[in-house]
Write a new protein. Structure first.
Length: 279
């Protein structure tokens, strides 16, 4: 699914969920009433999700006017006005909550990702996302991770192979699991295998693994894994990563650091929309 399609699908689902058979409260407003509104941020953040925000309003009022003072990826400061909206009052009131939800959640994802990428600045390790996204917002949150300076892993189970402990157990061994994956994978489909100790790492390397996930390795084990591997494979650290230890992990020499909390342990950015009825 491309980004434009994902935006429309997300917005359609959000509006259907919220509006149902119609906005009863908005009917208190005369149908021809027009209004304007300003969106304000109450905290410092990285802005993200403007396309989703706009799509919510345009779905209900195609002629709505939205003027931004910031764009996706910009650092925004507490008290800053982000955009001004003018259009049909009923449509604006109905679109407000879904639109703000997208902007708050995606800005939160981009903001947290930016904190991690800044923490490892100067090291070679890339900050990577995972599949631990909010239901229905996989594409949206992966977009937000990129806006925050991170990089995307596979979108789902269909575009990459990650061999974990249960897969290895079922296949019989690390080498057998890799052999089966290589037969199955089409050109361009990445094959990654998870290892839990240095012995499994060496087995994976001997079997020709080119992308290896180090599951819950400590710093000493990571450094040794980097030494053993040399340039034979890309190493990814995963498990127990936080802002307090991510720099130390990056300095072990691993190539990538995957962090599930980028998309699942987020706190919505505090935004508000201030309305004014046009005279």
């Amino acid at each position: 699914m491309n980004l434009a399609s994902a935006i429309q699908e997300n917005v359609n689902a959000a509006l259907k969920e919220d509006l149902g058979r119609g906005d009863l409260t908005a009917r208190l407003i005369p149908i021809k009433t027009r209004a304007s509104a300003t969106v304000i941020t109450r905290e410092t953040a990285v802005l993200c999700g403007t396309a989703w925000f706009e799509a919510c309003f345009r779905k209900l009022d195609p002629k709505v006017k939205i003027g931004w003072t910031a764009k996706d990826g910009d650092n925004i400061q507490a008290g800053q006005a982000l955009c001004k909206i003018s259009g049909k009052a009923r449509a604006m009131l109905s679109a407000e909550r879904p639109a703000l939800n997208f902007l708050q959640i995606l800005s939160a994802t981009a903001t947290l990702t930016r904190r991690y990428t800044e923490a490892v600045k100067g090291a070679r390790a890339a900050i990577m996302d995972t599949r631990k996204t909010l239901p229905g917002l996989r594409i949206a949150q992966k977009y937000a991770v990129k806006i925050g300076g991170g990089k995307n892993q596979r979108i789902g189970l269909f575009d990459g192979i990650l061999i974990k402990d249960n897969h290895i157990l079922a296949a019989g061994s690390i080498s057998q699991a890799l052999q089966q994956a290589k037969k199955l994978a089409k050109p361009g489909v990445p094959i990654q295998i998870e290892v839990e100790n240095l012995q499994e790492l060496e087995e994976a390397l001997s079997a020709g693994a080119k992308l290896i996930l180090l599951d819950n390795f400590n710093l000493e084990q990571m450094r040794e894994a980097v030494r053993i591997t040399g340039k034979r494979a890309v190493l990814e650290a995963s498990g127990g990563v936080n802002l307090d230890n991510v720099r130390a992990i990056a300095e072990t020499g691993v190539d990538r650091i995957s962090i599930g909390s980028l998309t699942k342990d987020i706190k919505a950015v505090d935004l508000s929309m201030r309305f004014q009825a046009d005279k």
